[in-house]
Design a protein around this ligand. Structure first.
Ligand SMILES: *Cc1c(COP(=O)(O)O)cnc(C)c1O
Length: 380
């Protein structure tokens, strides 16, 4: 008998009536897009993150692209990225004609290894993209020190860590530019959406322009000034997010601190339950508060465990296939196995277990029961 008859997903959104009402209110209003909710959501996220500016866009991928654009990344530039992430973290460099340079991760956290960054820096290096893997902030002090020593900028991809802190400071305070994603499995959702936070006014202006075709004034600003005139000064995109989405984001943001607490509670249950099993959860550094976007465990016999857990009704997943092993990267950048041995070895063993705030205590117990069942039957 499987532990569950219906699959428990690894991540899932939580929408209440008040979220739905917030969206409906916008549908009845004058502005469906580029209206007051976009600015309100930006201001709320900037305040939450302790930054001067926030720029909302229509995905986490667009946020990364805009951040790299603000730094002026272009052909000939190299940008350091970790391989243990979603491909978007490094694709943003390719969009701009730059070259991603992969630097391996720490074996215990799977965050980029600061000790390996310096060896990858050349006179073409412009920036480092630091991904807070699974929701645990990277060793940002060490990364910042290297970046400052070499005059590099840091983009923090905080798609997983939005809502948590590093050494008591909210995520967003550590680096020049920090990006978030509001996809349904992420800490809060707008359906699709993303945001960049920064203290730098020039970066914020560049990103606002990029999200609206590279045009100097948006529709609303023109309406306010009573003018038809605008100028396109950069080749931008339509990366705008709607007021419908931002109303949902505003409503979700209020719940984020509680949701992070619940994710941490779920992780504590797992930590305690798995202590006696021959499996290895990732390590959390004492200075870190962890958002637990995902709970990653290294299992012996990963493939068999993965299939067995799915059969038990546990919707496990694998985060991630190292980016440098994707066919596109192998074909176009000449990357391949052997480039980042720590990430490649981790990839052979990792499984993400379900973590999302709406999980019940019974759901948590089901995951623990299934893991115990599978591990005890797969061990010699
Ligand atoms: C989800 C994610 C992204 C991309 O966000 P989208 O909103 O899906 O475009 C980028 N980086 C990381 C680490 C992510 O998890």
């Amino acid at each position: 008998m499987p532990v569950r008859s219906e699959i428990l997903p690894y991540g899932r959104q939580w929408l209440d009536e008040d979220d739905i009402q917030a969206v409906v209110d916008v549908l009845r209003s004058d502005w469906l897009t580029t209206g007051p909710k976009v600015r309100e959501f930006e201001e709320a996220v900037a305040e939450f993150s302790g930054t001067a500016h926030a720029v909302a866009v229509n995905s986490g991928t667009a946020a990364l692209h805009a951040a790299a654009f603000a730094l002026g990344i272009g052909p000939g530039d190299e940008v350091i990225v970790p391989p243990m992430t979603f491909a978007a973290s490094s694709n943003c460099i390719l969009y701009l004609g730059g070259t991603p340079v992969f630097v391996d991760v720490e074996p215990d956290t799977l965050n980029i290894d600061p000790q390996k960054i310096e060896a990858a820096i050349t006179d073409k290096t412009k920036a480092i993209i630091a991904v807070d893997f699974a929701g645990q902030p990277c060793n940002h002090d060490a990364i910042r020190a290297i970046a400052d020593r070499h005059g590099l900028a840091v983009i923090q991809d905080a798609a997983h860590s939005f809502g948590t802190a590093y050494k008591g400071q909210p995520v967003g305070r550590q680096n020049e530019l920090t990006t978030f994603s509001f996809h349904p499995v992420k800490p809060i959702t707008t359906g699709e959406g993303g945001m960049i936070v920064t203290d730098n006014t020039e970066y914020a202006e560049a990103m606002r322009k990029l999200r609206s075709h590279g045009i100097s004034a948006d529709h609303r600003q023109r309406a306010e000034k009573g003018t038809w005139h605008y100028e396109m000064t950069d080749l931008g995109f339509n990366y705008r997010i709607s007021d419908i989405q931002c109303a949902l984001g505003l409503s979700q943001l209020r719940k984020l601190p509680e949701w992070i607490k619940r994710r941490q509670e779920i992780a504590r249950h797992y930590d305690e339950a798995f202590g006696e099993l021959p499996i290895e959860p990732l390590v959390t550094r004492p200075e870190n508060s962890h958002a637990y976007h995902i709970y990653v465990v290294r299992f012996p016999e990963r493939s068999r465990v993965f299939t067995a857990l799915r059969k038990e009704g546990i919707g496990v997943n694998v985060h991630y296939i190292p980016v440098h092993l994707h066919p596109y990267y192998q074909q176009h950048l000449g990357t391949g196995p052997g480039l980042c041995p720590v990430a490649e070895a981790a990839y052979e063993k990792i499984i993400s277990l379900p973590v999302f705030p709406r999980m019940t205590d019974a759901d948590i117990e089901d995951v623990i029961t299934a893991v115990r069942k599978i591990v005890s039957t797969t061990q010699p």
